[in-house]
Every structure is written in C-alpha cells, then in structure tokens.
Ligand binder design. Structure first.
Ligand code: B1M
Length: 220
C-alpha cells in the first residue's frame, strides 16, 4: 500500500480530507485526499485514474456502511474527502470545447441528497461544451419545470442514488412529460438501469458521465 492511487482510495474510504484534518485520529498529521490529489496531478497521473481511485474508496466505505461497520458521519467525511479531490480535477474535466452545444438542466431528485455523481456529470458535460444549469439536490418537480421554462430547448437530467427516491424520479419524469412533452429527459444514478428509465418514460439512461455526454450529443 504505497502508490499515490492507493493513498487516494484510502483517504476517501477513511474520510481523510487533508493534512490539517484531525479525522480519522490514526491518520492525524498525515497528508489527505487534498495533498495526494495535488501530488498525483503533479506527477502526471491521468485525472480519470484519480477519479477511479476515488470511486474505489467510495465503494469500500459504501460496502462498510451496508454491513453496519460505519455510519452516516463516516459517509459524510468520505464525501468531504472526495470533494477535496474533485476541486483539483474540475479544471481538467472542464478543459474541453468552449462553444456551447445547448443547455442541460440537471438535478438530484426530491428527497435525495446525494450529489457527488451528479456533480461529476455536471463537470464532464460542461467540459464537453454544454451549458449546465445545476439545480442542486432534493429538487422538486416544480423547480425542474421552472428551470425548463426559463431555458427553452434545454435537455433535462435527473439523478437518484436511493431506491426510495427512484419513485420521486418517476413522478418527476411524469410531470415533465405531461406538461412539456417535447422536453427530452435523461436519467441516471447507481440504482437505475435502462429498464427503469423505460418504465419511467424517460428518453434515455446513462450509467456514467460519458454516457450522458453521448446522449446529449445525439439528442442535440
Ligand atoms: Co448514502 N447511500 N445515504 N450517503 N451513500 C448509498 C447510495 C448506499 C448505496 C450505501 C449503502 O447502503 N451501501 C445507500 C442506498 C441504498 C439504496 O437505496 N439502494 C445509501 C443510504 C441508505 C443513505 C441514507 C438513507 C443513510 C441514512 O441516513 N440512514 C442517507 C440518505 C440521505 C438522502 O439522500 N435523503 C444517505 C446519506 C449519504 C451522505 C449524505 C452521508 C453521503 C452523500 C454525500 C453527498 O453526495 N454530498 C452518502 C454517500 C457518500 C453514499 C455512498 C457511500 C457513495 C455515493 C457516491 O457519491 N458515489 C453510497 C454507496 C456507494 O455508492 N458505494 C451511498 C460516488 C459517485 C461518483 O457515484 O453517485 O453512483 P454515483 O454517480 C455515478 C453514476 O451513478 C452516474 O455517474 C456518476 C459517476 O460515474 N450518475 C449519473 C449519477 N447521476 C447521474 C445522472 C445522469 C447520468 C449518470 O444523467 C442525468
């Protein structure tokens, strides 16, 4: 366990944000996700590999949570550590084309507070030349509808991380389609698959940010 990539995965898994962070106590005084991400980029590691290391850490802490070995505070620290890495990765994912291809209205659906995946989608889509209107988390259908009306011709993206909020996603798709049937809706998030998207009446499903870009470029 000594490559930079391993350190990054560990910092995410353990919620070690930076060298100043006293949490977790056994890593006090040691570099955290912030410093390792900076080092990784300085040494020329690919942003995609750094992101994959973060996802490994997130999967490990998520699995521990599933086994009741850690609880919500540990997940929050993992999210904080991941955000520290993402601050370094953001310019790399946004260094794509400059001319806007269209507008993508994006948000995490009502009742759901998970935003790390949604933020990644936002960064990568923006880096591929789209204007992103990010509505944040816990977005009610009415807020999506307002944003769509304010951005004529936009495409909408809904993210959900909980099986429970997939029902709210389905309701949101239904509301959008009943009021604004021409608007294209893309859905994504860990618990979803193509069949869920079809059942909800969405126009597309993307498993990752690259899939979202592919959908948008095709739909534009
Ligand atoms: Co929560 N959580 N969480 N959590 N959390 C999960 C999702 C869970 C799988 C953990 C587990 O049990 N093993 C579980 C859900 C179980 C289920 O429903 N099936 C869970 C639970 C239960 C909960 C709470 C209910 C816990 C509680 O309070 N008892 C609670 C719910 C709060 C709420 O939302 N109302 C909760 C809270 C939290 C925190 C707030 C502490 C924190 C989120 C912090 C934040 O986001 N700012 C958190 C975290 C960090 C996780 C895990 C560990 C990591 C999620 C993550 O960021 N992954 C997660 C377990 C896991 O995933 N291993 C877990 C990394 C991210 C890059 O991946 O979000 O999948 P992901 O995004 C991907 C793709 O899905 C896709 O692209 C992204 C990049 O590849 N994608 C899209 C996402 N959106 C897209 C949209 C698109 C296209 C692609 O187009 C529009």
């Amino acid at each position: 366990m000594n490559s930079i990539i391993d350190h990054i995965s560990l910092c995410i898994e353990r919620g070690k944000v930076d060298i100043r962070s006293p949490y977790p106590p056994d890593l006090k005084g040691q570099p955290g996700a912030d410093e390792w991400a900076k080092d990784a980029l300085t040494q020329g590691l690919a942003p995609e590999d750094i992101l994959a290391a973060c996802n490994t850490g997130m999967e490990r802490v998520g699995a521990k949570f599933g086994r009741n070995e850690v609880f919500v505070p540990e997940l929050l620290m993992a999210a904080k550590a991941m955000n520290a890495v993402m601050a370094h990765l953001k310019p790399h994912f946004q260094a794509g084309t400059v001319k806007e291809k269209g507008t993508f209205v994006l948000g995490t659906v009502s009742g759901d507070l998970h935003d790390i995946g949604k933020n990644l989608v936002s960064m990568v889509v923006a880096g591929n030349g789209w204007k992103v209107v990010d509505l944040g988390v816990d977005v009610k259908p009415a807020k999506f509808l307002d944003a769509i009306r304010q951005n004529p011709g936009c495409i909408v993206g809904l993210s959900a991380l909980l099986t429970t909020t997939m029902a709210n996603m389905a309701k949101t798709v239904k509301e959008i389609k009943s009021q604004l049937p021409d608007v294209k809706v893309l859905v994504g998030g860990a618990p979803l698959n193509q069949k869920h998207a079809d059942d909800m009446g969405a126009d597309g499903y993307a498993p990752d940010p690259q899939g979202a870009v592919a959908f948008l470029n095709k739909a534009a």
